[in-house]
Design a protein around this ligand. Structure first.
Ligand SMILES: [Zn+2]
Ligand SMILES: [Zn+2]
Length: 167
């Protein structure tokens, strides 16, 4: 490892974060952590891989997936339940809610302050100990709303032009 690299303060911070999570600070893990810090917008695992390939051309897809799984298991990032087909990752560790657009699938972070919720019960049925609670809002984002209302206007215009004669 070069001296320049050791002098980067965020590099040392990443090493510490991995060690605190009980993981050895290997090169692939450090690289993935770095990408998560830059890509704050809930990237899919393949997007993390694509971003890594620019700086680490030899890193394999399965290494990226395995690393992300290890991170999720150790609480370094969290898995997002999205459309269910892709592994999406949230590298923002501060607790927050999600709002997921039903139109385009975009995920928005919602501050806990913006929507405080009562503390969860300690246990739930089926012998589940509760460690936290998060809310996922079903939303329509501003973009999709605009597109939808544009489509409605368009279809109204078409109907009018088509002209029904029974009026
Ligand atoms: Zn949308
Ligand atoms: Zn998030």
């Amino acid at each position: 490892m070069s001296r320049e690299r050791e002098q980067e303060p965020h590099h040392r911070r990443h090493v510490e974060r991995l060690q605190q999570a009980g993981l050895r600070a290997t090169a692939p893990r450090l690289a993935v952590l770095e990408v998560l810090e830059v890509h704050r917008g809930h990237p899919a695992a393949d997007e993390v891989w694509a971003a890594l390939k620019r700086t680490h051309p030899t890193i394999s897809r399965s290494t990226v997936y395995k690393t992300l799984e290890a991170f999720v298991a150790r609480g370094l990032c969290r898995r997002i339940t999205g459309d269910g087909t892709r592994l999406r990752i949230d590298g923002t560790l501060d607790d927050h809610h999600h709002a997921v657009c039903r139109g385009c699938g975009a995920i928005f972070d919602i501050d806990l302050d913006a929507f405080p919720i009562p503390p969860p019960p300690a246990r739930l049925p089926r012998d589940l100990s509760v460690t936290g609670v998060r809310i996922e809002f079903d939303v329509i984002c501003a973009n999709c709303r605009e597109t939808a209302s544009a489509a409605v206007c368009e279809s109204r215009r078409t109907t009018r032009q088509g002209g029904t004669t029974d009026a």
